[in-house]
Design a binder for this molecule. Structure first.
Ligand code: NAP
Length: 305
């Protein structure tokens, strides 16, 4: 049986509102937390069928305030964003509106009802020139997506909002209605017998989404404040990550073709290597951060029964 994350919460059942429960991370936070918290979610374009879910467009400030007020949660976990780096680069205004203005609306609506606001940020706030990045390191984003996230973090730091910022990287797992994660996309390609190109010169820490969800809920339970890096332990290239997935799911190495970034014509500039230091979250939660092998093994158990 798949070793499911179960989050224990000893206090009376608290309420959590997950903004973006139709997305990958949002859907898994709902799933991982449902036995211990009263969970509510929101969708924008992809309607979920959950009873406790609301329609919410973060650009509609009035609607955002109304939904947060009606649920009146203890925590608002904001997983909503435009996450496609290249789309953000070619649609900077839309990216700014959703990722910055939308986050600001949700953060202020949370403050209005006395809820703690949890914001999801990214390793793309860093430029990849340092060996390991810690929570105290200064941001220097190379792309529009990263810029929108830095601006939201700065807005929170300058405010009186009770917030938690989680910086994470390359999520893999099953969940969400809108789009598959890179890993599930890769598996479907390999299943179709198609070869896949993956870059050797972009490294980061792939993160099993259920483990991230469990860590976020644990940080909420501990009433943590400020910035935390929460990701997988190993910093590897997209090529190495793809090879490990191919191997775990029984596909040959030759199905993954190593390429350099220059061959892919990606619109948004990416940092070459961002290794997130994860000591702070391990200490705060007492939870072990997963190695890539452990994470992929849990992911595989969700898919292969
Ligand atoms: N995925 C990664 O590898 C990664 C890495 C680092 C950080 N992060 C951050 O982690 C968070 C979760 O990522 P994810 O991959 O789970 O995202 P995702 O699957 O792309 O889901 C995004 C969510 O945002 C919602 N949304 C988009 N525009 C909205 C709007 N205007 N108003 C309200 N909701 C809106 C979507 O709702 P509909 O689909 O219903 O429209 C969806 O539920 C994001 O903040 C992301 O920046 C992700």
């Amino acid at each position: 049986m798949y070793n499911k994350y179960v989050v224990e919460n000893n206090s009376s059942m608290k309420k959590i509102l997950v903004i973006g429960s139709s997305g990958l991370l949002g859907s898994r936070i709902i799933e991982v937390g449902r036995d211990s918290y009263e969970m509510f979610g929101t969708y924008s374009k992809h309607k979920t069928d959950a009873e406790n879910d609301y329609h919410l467009d973060s650009l509609n400030r009035k609607q955002t305030f109304a939904v947060v007020k009606e649920v009146n949660p203890d925590f608002v976990i904001d997983t909503h964003a435009i996450t496609n780096l290249d789309y953000c680069e070619t649609h900077p205004e839309e990216a700014w509106n959703v990722n910055f203005e939308g986050a600001k609306n949700i953060a202020e609506a949370s403050e209005n009802t006395g809820a703690k606001y949890v914001f999801l940020s990214t390793d793309n706030v860093f430029d990849g020139t340092k060996e390991t990045y810690f929570e105290t390191d200064k941001a220097h984003p190379l792309n529009q997506y990263g810029k929108t996230k830095v601006a939201a973090e700065e807005m929170l730091e300058a405010s009186s909002i009770d917030f938690l910022v989680i910086k994470t990287a390359v999520l893999y797992g099953i969940g969400g209605i809108g789009k598959p994660s890179f890993a599930t996309w890769l598996i479907s390609k390999l299943e179709n017998g198609e070869k896949v190109k993956a870059v050797t010169d972009q490294k980061n820490n792939p993160t099993f989404v259920d483990s991230l969800a469990a860590s976020i809920l644990k940080l909420c339970e501990k009433n943590a404040r400020g910035i935390f890096h929460v990701s997988g332990k190993d910093c590897i290239s997209r090529y190495e990550f793809s090879l490990q997935i191919a191997e775990a799911f029984g596909f040959g190495k030759e199905m993954v073709i190593p390429v350099s970034s220059s061959e892919l014509n990606q619109v948004a500039k990416r940092p070459k290597a961002v290794n997130l230091g994860i000591g702070k979250v391990e200490k705060a939660t007492g939870m072990n951060v997963l190695s890539i092998k452990e994470g992929i093994s849990m992911f595989r158990k969700q898919i292969v029964i």
